[in-house]
Design a protein around this ligand. Structure first.
Ligand code: GYE
Length: 321
């Protein structure tokens, strides 16, 4: 009798444990590209906080420090560890086909955030969430056309001398922001893109490349930078060359980071096209839906605006990045 009672209580205790134990957290591997910009830092923090705040997930974070081989290694480690899901930002578009195939073979779903892989590899990932970089480039061009017209600076005939600072060569935002801006440039026969070089999305390289541009060309009227970090570096170079950024040279960037708002308010930058890095909550939602067996949309867009002297000061206090 005593023994039977012991067995019974043990079974009860065991079923109580099974009934109340929290399910094992889902393990998510996040392969980030590095920390090249203010934008990237905000993005990393957003994703880490969103997953770490949810006890039903365990996040494994890996920083590739701008090296594709590090990123491929990290993805292989995630596959070997049999994570439940991979969240991935591709440094450049090409070169990930084989590792994505390995993930597919291991039945590990891959959710891209921010930067996508090349079109021919897109069937290997589940979805992509982030910004429309082509549209951002188009917004920059359209904003410029409008501004030049309002300022009476463009008669449609006299050449407008534009220089471009590109992002990391081969990355989705550099390719697409160039394409988007070129779409608008094509509509203005007198706009001339006289120089276009990579500044690798960093402030220091943006400054160095702009210094070289300014040395070679005294007639630059517009700078279009693929991110604000490079624009802010270029602003330094423009000042050091004895010119007034925002006045002698119109400066347009992308991201809408705090530094750009401050430069616009100071009259040293003219516009920034918003690209939100706050992808964490959206990423958690997508992974949760995936875990719940829901079908994810093929594309999850973020919604973004444009900031210039007309609205930057009012928006600045509430900016999160
Ligand atoms: O614009 C830039 C960053 O991939 C959209 O990468 C991102 C870009 C962002 O370094 O600042």
């Amino acid at each position: 009798m005593k023994k039977a009672l012991f067995v019974l209580t043990s079974v009860m205790a065991l079923s109580a444990v099974t009934a109340f134990a929290a399910p094992k957290p889902w393990v998510v591997g996040f392969s980030q590209i590095g920390s090249e910009s203010e934008w990237r830092t905000a993005d990393t923090i957003s994703v880490q906080n969103a997953f770490n705040d949810d006890p039903s997930f365990t996040l494994i974070y890996s920083d590739a420090q701008q090296k594709q081989e590090n990123q491929i290694k990290a993805l292989r480690t995630f596959i070997a560890r049999k994570v439940n899901c991979i969240v991935f930002t591709a440094l450049v578009e090409t070169g990930y086909g084989p590792v994505l195939q390995e993930a597919a073979k291991a039945k590990i779903p891959v959710i891209m955030i921010d930067r996508d892989v090349q079109a021919s590899d897109r069937a290997l990932r589940l979805t992509i969430m982030g910004s429309d970089f082509v549209k951002e480039g188009e917004k920059a061009g359209t904003w410029l056309a409008d501004y030049l017209k309002k300022q009476g600076l463009d008669d449609g005939k006299k050449a407008i001398n534009i220089v471009e600072l590109q992002g990391t060569t081969g990355s989705a935002p550099a390719i697409d922001r160039k394409t988007g801006f070129a779409n608008i440039l094509k509509q203005h026969a007198n706009w001339q893109l006289t120089r276009s070089q990579t500044g690798n999305f960093t402030t220091s390289e943006g400054k160095a490349v702009m210094e070289a541009f300014l040395k070679a060309d005294k007639g630059i009227q517009v700078l279009y930078a693929h991110n604000d970090g490079m624009a802010l570096g270029a602003i330094q170079a423009i000042k050091e060359a004895g010119l007034k950024p925002g006045k002698d040279i119109i400066v347009v960037g992308v991201d809408a980071v705090k530094g750009a708002f401050e430069a616009i308010v100071a009259g040293e930058m003219n516009a920034t096209i918003e690209c939100s890095p706050l992808l964490g909550p959206q990423a958690v939602q997508a992974v949760t839906d995936l875990r719940d067996g829901k079908k994810l949309p093929a594309r999850i867009w973020t919604i973004e605006g444009i900031f210039d002297a007309t609205n930057a000061a009012a928006a600045l206090p509430s900016r999160q990045y």
